[in-house]
Structure formats: structure tokens, C-alpha cells
Design a protein. Structure first.
Length: 376
């Protein structure tokens, strides 16, 4: 299964799933709304123009940047990933913040081979980042950083097995959660507090866990093996609604009775996209356009739901390049809307993640190299 990963190809590191995120409003992954709008009543039309600005490249002075996640809150927009150092000495995690009309690289204390895979933004002075680095034995080790507006603090996290962190989100009660992938099984960690709290959602996955946290006593995880819910005491399986052979790629929500899960059934150029909605009682599949496609990420803002990913132009040409794919929920079903013109060196690419910032929608993707685009 194609995974959204910025660790793929890192020295000493293998490919992992993202975020995915991870959103979710990717980043904050949303303070919960007080009111929800039924799926069939969401108007959608006219919420965004989908007139995209020209795609932007995010560059570093000392390496080739590969981005994987984006987040925004209170006017602060961030992107993260990894960079291949120009002196060929390795691959380092990297983070950039939008300052005015440009992206500024923000220094951080991690000087090991690896990548940041996801971030959560509550405010300009409250940012969480997670990822994985290569330790002294060239094994994957999790990394957690918190930004207070002035400096980064590295949070200690001891996790079993060889693996890093995939996703991070901040719940409505400001509890902070991350998913951990490892050769000893996937786990969920609560990161705020004096010491991390480890939870086992009981999902034996071939792909990384996707996470949505409403509160500390209301968590959901999705994987190819099913869905699991945490009520503050126990995890319970809730697999009804997940398509057979479905690979969830992202979860999002605006309230405990308004959650979303998107992904794909099948493998890459033979896949079909799917979207699920939870109304507080059960998961049900919501119609998406037919065709060969994969949804990487879903974001929610008030009555607007947008899913992004990639599509393939023809089932008769499995080697054809994929193209950025953007869907908006309208009148109870997802419809395709205009995506960014992201072609680079004849490669159309895909969108990996999205985030709302006030009246804008930002996306990050790849088309020969990484790009960022915005629509209002």
C-alpha cells in the first residue's frame, strides 16, 4: 500500500506511514465544534473558490527538502519533513514556518538521521512535532519536540521495539496524543503530563495507525485490520463499516458525533478511494467519485469537509503518472473540485496532506519534488 511517508529512503530508516495524517485538522486536528451539521445538510458549494495560487517550493540552504505534513492555527502555518544534505552526510529532520509571504526554516535540536512525520499546532507558541531518528545502533527511535514560541523542548519517550512516531494531535481538552509504529506492534502514547502514557488499541496492522482524539476519554484508531475505540478505560473493536481490504490513511472530526476516515481499497494503481462517516452511533460509507484513486488526508472546518490524495487517469495505463486529487463534501457525497497545478518535470504527483488556516486551505504534496499550494 502506498503510504504517506517522509522517512522513506532516510539513512538507517525504512518507510513508515504518516499522519495522516494525520488531521484531523492536520496539526491541531481541531478543537471540537459545539454543533455538528448532518452529512446530508452540509452545503459545501461556494465554501472555497479552488482557484489555487501558483505552487511554491520550500527550500533549505543545506539540503533538498522533502515535505510530508502541514498544520495551521491562529495565523501560524508550519510544514515539516526531512532534507537530504547537499554534502551527502545524511538526512535530517526539518521544519519551516510561514512568515509573511515566505517560508522560514526553524532551527531545532535534532542532529541525527531521520525525519519529522507529523505536527500539531494549537497556537504560535504551542506546537508539537513527532518523527523518528536513527539511534547509535541504526535502529528507529521516536522523537518528540514542543515549541513554546521561543525554543524547542525535546520530550523523553521510551518505546519498545524498532520504530518511530507517525502522527500527533491535540484533543479538545488539550491532551496530546501520538501513534507509534514498531516491529513489536503499534501503540498510542499520551505525550502531555509528567511521563508518556502508553496504550494498546489492539490492532494488528500491516500499515500504521490513524488516530483521532476527541478527548482523553474518547479516542479512535483505524488500521487495515479494523477500527478501535478508547473510552478512557478500555479499547473496543468497532469494525463495522470499514471496507474489506481497506487501508485507512487519515481520520478527522469536528465533534464526537461527526468523525471521518478516508483511505483506499486495493493497491496503488488498482485502488479505489473510500470515505467513512461516524455519527456517534456507527460508521457508514459516504459516496466518492468512481475511478482509480487514493485519499491520503481529510480535514474538517465547520460545515466544510475536504479530502485530498491522488488519482490515476486511466485503468488501461497502469504506468501513467498520478495527479493531485481534491474532493469536497457536497449534499451528502464527495465531488471532485479543482486541484493545484503541480506538474514538475512532467510528473503530476499527489497531495499528501492539507490544513485550514482561517479562510484558506493549504496543501503539501510531491511532484518530482515537494510543493506547497494554497486556495481561498
Amino acid at each position: 500500500m502506498r503510504r504517506r511517508s517522509v522517512l522513506a529512503g532516510a539513512v538507517g530508516l525504512s518507510a513508515i506511514g504518516t499522519a495522516a495524517a494525520t488531521g484531523t485538522l492536520l496539526g491541531m486536528k481541531g478543537v471540537l465544534a459545539t454543533d455538528t451539521v448532518p452529512v446530508a445538510d452540509r452545503p459545501g458549494h461556494g465554501s472555497l473558490t479552488y482557484e489555487w495560487d501558483a505552487v511554491e517550493r520550500v527550500t533549505s540552504r543545506d539540503g533538498l527538502v522533502e515535505l510530508g505534513a502541514i498544520a495551521s492555527a491562529d495565523g501560524a502555518t508550519w510544514v515539516i519533513g526531512k532534507k537530504h544534505l547537499t554534502d551527502l552526510s545524511g538526512i535530517r529532520p526539518c521544519v519551516f514556518r510561514r512568515d509573511g509571504d515566505q517560508w522560514t526554516e526553524i532551527p531545532h535540536p535534532i542532529d541525527q538521521n531521520g525525519a519529522f512525520t507529523d505536527l500539531a499546532v494549537l497556537a504560535p507558541d504551542d506546537v508539537w512535532m513527532v518523527g523518528g531518528v536513527a539511534d547509535a545502533k541504526e535502529q528507529h527511535a521516536p522523537v518528540v519536540l514542543h515549541w513554546d514560541g521561543t525554543a524547542w523542548t525535546r520530550k523523553p519517550l521510551r518505546a519498545k521495539g524498532d520504530g518511530g512516531l507517525s502522527e500527533v494531535m491535540i484533543a479538545a481538552d488539550r491532551s496530546v496524543w501520538a501513534t507509534h509504529w514498531s516491529d513489536r506492534g503499534d501503540r498510542v502514547f499520551r505525550l502531555d503530563g509528567d511521563a508518556p502514557q502508553e496504550l494498546d488499541p489492539g490492532l494488528d496492522s500491516r500499515d500504521c495507525l490513524r488516530l483521532w482524539a476527541g478527548t482523553a476519554t474518547d479516542l479512535w484508531c483505524a488500521a487495515d485490520s479494523g477500527l478501535s475505540h478508547f473510552d478512557g478505560q478500555d479499547w473496543r473493536r468497532a469494525d463495522d463499516g470499514l471496507p474489506a481490504e481497506g487501508f485507512p490513511q487519515s481520520m478527522a472530526g469536528s465533534a464526537l458525533d461527526d468523525m471521518w476516515c478516508v483511505g483506499a481499497v486495493g493497491m496503488d494503481t488498482q485502488s479505489r478511494a473510500f470515505a467513512l462517516h461516524h455519527d456517534g452511533r456507527a460508521w457508514t460509507e459516504v459516496p466518492v467519485p468512481a475511478g482509480i484513486a487514493l485519499l491520503n488526508h481529510v480535514v474538517v472546518r465547520e460545515d466544510l469537509v475536504v479530502a485530498v490524495g491522488q488519482k490515476w487517469p486511466s485503468p488501461d495505463d497502469p504506468m501513467a503518472a498520478s495527479a493531485p486529487y481534491v474532493l469536497e463534501l457536497r449534499d451528502g457525497r464527495f465531488v471532485e473540485v479543482t486541484g493545484p497545478e503541480a506538474e514538475v518535470n512532467a510528473i503530476l504527483g499527489e497531495i499528501l496532506a492539507a490544513a485550514f488556516s482561517e479562510s484558506e486551505l493549504w496543501v503539501v504534496g510531491t511532484a518530482d519534488d515537494s510543493f506547497v499550494a494554497r486556495t481561498r
